[in-house]
Design a protein around this ligand. Structure first.
Ligand code: MN
Length: 488
């Protein structure tokens, strides 16, 4: 079942007292969970150990790893807060308590959804480590989801994709976000998962060979130009994010250039631009595909230069160039600030990047007014997704700039095909209007209401577009047949 040394090795260098802390937490938790089993009949301790492993791999500090080992003792064993405090002190108690109180993000019902989000934010502003432990806990639960009751499975998987993953992404934790989504994907959308798997295996082999050649050639040229390279490697796109992209490109995998991307990691920013120049002197770049996220970072802090090049014989390849520091940040986001201790001193830096967290801390919300709280969350928290609500409080996740038409189709195609009007936040609104995060949307239908060409222009989701298109096609065929019938 592993031992504490495994955790210590995964986490990397640490002082002796930190090692002792992890060993102590390991022994304590193992004793506390003695005899408890999980759904798959494995010892309960396996779960907390695996959670701690995820945290160690993220490079979190010893206290966080220890809290990962202890994260379920308050909820699931006879250990109480006093016991824990005596053994491990205030910090660990704070972290474990935070994770316990956070509970699971309940997802249905407007008020409850807001309440859970609120808990999440407060925990986050108090100590981000609480949230990171919660992510690790969720990730391991997802990886053992096959043993959970059928109806619960889907709910947990969807919730992970729609609430946890965007939060991880917002914290810049790209790796964790991808892992959460991929672990949840087969349970949330089994059919689509199978489809993506199939497409991916076909495409992967040919891309891999192509990149192999590019990589060899590039290494030679960089050496010639005396650019020191820390690492050249591939990354394969996460399956869920590939699926989301496929939806935007009519499921045509040939239009997606970054299924496998080459990553060039160098020592400083100057070298990043040098590498870009060298790449473009060997291969011709695709117009409009050079993205300088070093000069203009993404809202979640992501930095890198991306370019896509023609590699001959109709092949293209995406190359991502970054420094070591950017590389760590892209994978671990905010966690990188705990992992790279030398950087933790530069408080100012961290503050400015995650300013929105600080802002949330200053925000005095009224517990009695969840709507107001949501209003505040309409800042750019969830990058390119919005959450809107049905009148019953169910949460619908849509891309930015979606309209009530998208909303209607995402509930049911029959509702979409018969929209006659809409109320947004209790007021009559245009069906072509843009929805905003937190809107409560009520769709009215009529039997004789039908899609028109204009609907297509005002829909964002491929689901809505697909249904509108097929309705329009069917309809024009019918009217042709009718007019033929009349003329004969
Ligand atoms: Mn747990």
């Amino acid at each position: 079942m592993g031992d504490p040394i495994e955790l210590i090795n995964l986490a990397g260098e640490m002082p002796e007292e930190d090692k002792e802390l992890i060993k102590k937490a390991y022994a304590f938790s193992k004793r506390a969970h003695e005899g408890q089993k999980r759904m798959d009949d494995s010892p309960y301790f396996t779960h907390v150990f695996e959670t701690a492993k995820i945290l160690a791999r993220l490079g979190m500090d010893a206290k966080t790893i220890a809290a990962g080992l202890l994260h379920d003792v308050l909820e699931d064993t006879t250990i109480n807060e006093e016991d824990l405090k005596k053994e491990f002190g205030d910090d660990i108690v704070f972290l474990v308590n935070g994770v316990t109180k956070l509970g699971t993000l309940k997802y249905h019902g407007h008020e409850r959804h807001v309440e859970s989000l609120r808990k999440f934010f407060i925990a986050m502003t108090n100590d981000l480590r609480v949230v990171i432990i919660k992510f690790a806990d969720r990730l391991h639960n997802l990886r053992t989801l096959q043993f959970i009751r059928e109806d619960k499975k889907k709910r947990i998987a969807l919730e992970s994709i729609e609430v946890y993953a965007p939060l991880a992404n917002r914290l810049g934790m790209g790796k964790l976000k991808g892992e959460i989504e991929d672990a949840a994907f087969p349970f949330a959308y089994p059919k689509e998962y199978g489809q993506v798997e199939e497409l991916m295996t076909e495409e992967k082999n040919s891309s891999e060979k192509n990149l192999e050649e590019v990589s060899t050639k590039l290494k030679e040229e960089l050496e010639k130009n005396k650019v020191k390279v820390a690492e050249i490697s591939y990354r394969i796109k996460h399956k869920f994010s590939l699926w989301k992209k496929l939806l935007r490109y009519d499921m045509d995998i040939k239009k997606i250039y970054d299924i496998i991307a080459l990553r060039v990691v160098v020592n400083n920013i100057e070298d990043c631009y040098k590498v870009l120049g060298i790449i473009h002197s060997i291969w011709r770049p695709l117009p409009g595909r050079i993205k300088d996220y070093i000069a203009v970072p993404k809202p979640n802090g992501y930095r890198s230069i991306h370019t896509t090049i023609f590699t001959g014989e109709g092949n293209v390849a995406e190359i991502q160039i970054r420094t070591k520091e950017m590389h760590a940040e892209a994978a671990y986001g905010i966690a990188a600030h705990f992992a790279y201790k030398d950087k933790r001193d530069k408080k100012g830096d961290e503050k400015s990047k995650f300013k929105w967290i600080e802002e949330l801390k200053d925000f005095n919300y009224e517990l009695s007014d969840p709507k107001k709280y949501l209003e505040h969350l309409k800042t750019d928290f969830f990058n390119d997704r919005i959450f809107v609500f049905t009148p019953k409080g169910d949460v619908i996740d849509l891309p930015e700039n979606s309209s009530p038409i998208d909303f209607a189709y995402s509930i049911h195609s029959d509702i979409g095909n018969h929209i006659s009007g809409v109320k947004v936040n209790g007021k009559i609104a245009q069906i072509f209007s843009e929805l905003k995060n937190g809107d409560i949307v009520e769709i009215f239908t009529k039997k004789d209401a039908h899609p028109s060409g204009k609907w297509q222009e005002h829909s964002k989701t491929s689901m809505a577009r697909k249904h509108i298109k097929s309705y329009l096609e069917k309809n024009s065929l019918l009217s042709k047949l009718r007019s033929l019938g009349r003329s004969s």
